[in-house]
Design a binder for this molecule. Structure first.
Ligand SMILES: [Fe+2]
Length: 313
């Protein structure tokens, strides 16, 4: 499974136990072949532990860049305060998400141990509220420090952190494009083989691929190095509906020539170009597509509440 933090209602348990069992039943790892009952209606309901759950609502974060010192700033923004504002908004909503996903660059610059200690503290309110958190790695994350800080981490594929979150409506493939701090990202041959195997196992189930690096588009620095190999794999497989990434700190919703939706999540932390929104995305998935709503850190941002409906190809 991907790097994941289960919900808990008390001090973090260090090994498998009731909280772990709740997590497994709540998030449905395809590795176990499980499907747990999120309803297609999107109605909030009670889970087996009486935790309110919504089958369709996902909170999508990227590029949180949490520093060890919560007072640190970058490009004029306080990353920790922004992240905590976003988390508060997630928790204040009437419908609680199935999970919160963070799409890489969780840490500030080089993935220092203190960054992850700060991040895990800031995730506590979510976990105490019964919201699982799943994280992918970005180029500013450090694998060893991340694994050390997150005792629940694990992977279907050796060094890389990959896994599947399966619900009634879609399989979310959480992938790992992180390679080195500077330079292009890469899935690599072994991970693409893993994707192929997982996708071919369920050809009729919509699949959403979630990883840090943006595809090569001629505009961005340091994109996904094996962009062509990736699209050669996913474009003909009609079950692949969307690729969701971060990395560029830019919010956009586009479409590949194959019909696969390309969703570039904004950063909660900072932007490189004046006027870009910082924030996160509320997502609802149903049998025919996905809805996205941009939630800005600055509520006065002109793009606050921007909505997109993505129809599945
Ligand atoms: Fe980033």
């Amino acid at each position: 499974m991907p790097i994941s933090l289960p919900p808990y209602s008390g001090p973090l348990e260090s090994s498998v136990t009731p909280s772990r069992r709740r997590f497994l039943s709540n998030t449905l790892l395809a590795a176990a072949g499980a499907l747990f009952g999120p309803t297609a209606s999107g109605q909030t309901r009670k889970g087996p532990d009486s935790t309110p759950q919504s089958s369709e609502f996902w909170a999508l974060f990227a590029d949180t860049h949490i520093p060890a010192d919560p007072n640190d700033m970058a490009l004029g923004f306080n990353m920790a305060a922004s992240f905590q504002d976003a988390v508060r908004e997630v928790l204040a909503a009437a419908d609680r998400p199935t999970a919160l996903l963070i799409n890489g660059d969780c840490a500030f610059r080089k993935g220092a141990p203190g960054d992850y200690a700060a991040l895990t503290r800031m995730l506590d309110p979510l976990r105490r509220s019964g919201v699982p958190v799943h994280l992918t790695l970005g180029n500013h994350d450090d694998r060893q420090h991340f694994k050390a800080a997150l005792p629940e981490s694990g992977s279907e594929m050796g060094e890389r952190h990959v896994g599947i979150l399966a619900t009634e409506t879609a399989n979310w493939l959480l992938a790992d494009s992180s390679t080195t701090p500077i330079g292009e990202g890469r899935f690599g041959r072994q991970q693409l083989s893993w994707m192929r195997e997982r996708l071919d196992a369920e050809p009729n189930k919509p699949a959403i691929i979630f990883a840090h690096h943006n595809p090569r588009d001629g505009r961005s620095k340091w994109p996904l190095e094996d962009t062509e190999e990736f699209f050669d794999l996913v474009a003909p497989r009609k079950q692949v509906k969307a690729y969701i990434f971060g990395h560029s700190h830019h919010w956009s919703v586009e479409q590949h020539s194959s019909g696969i939706h390309l969703v570039n999540l904004p950063s909660t932390a900072y932007v490189f170009r004046t006027g870009e929104p910082r924030g996160w995305v509320r997502s609802r998935v149903d049998a025919s597509g996905m809805e996205l709503e941009l939630r800005c850190i600055d509520p006065a941002d002109p793009r606050q509440g921007e909505r997109h409906r993505l129809a599945w190809r």
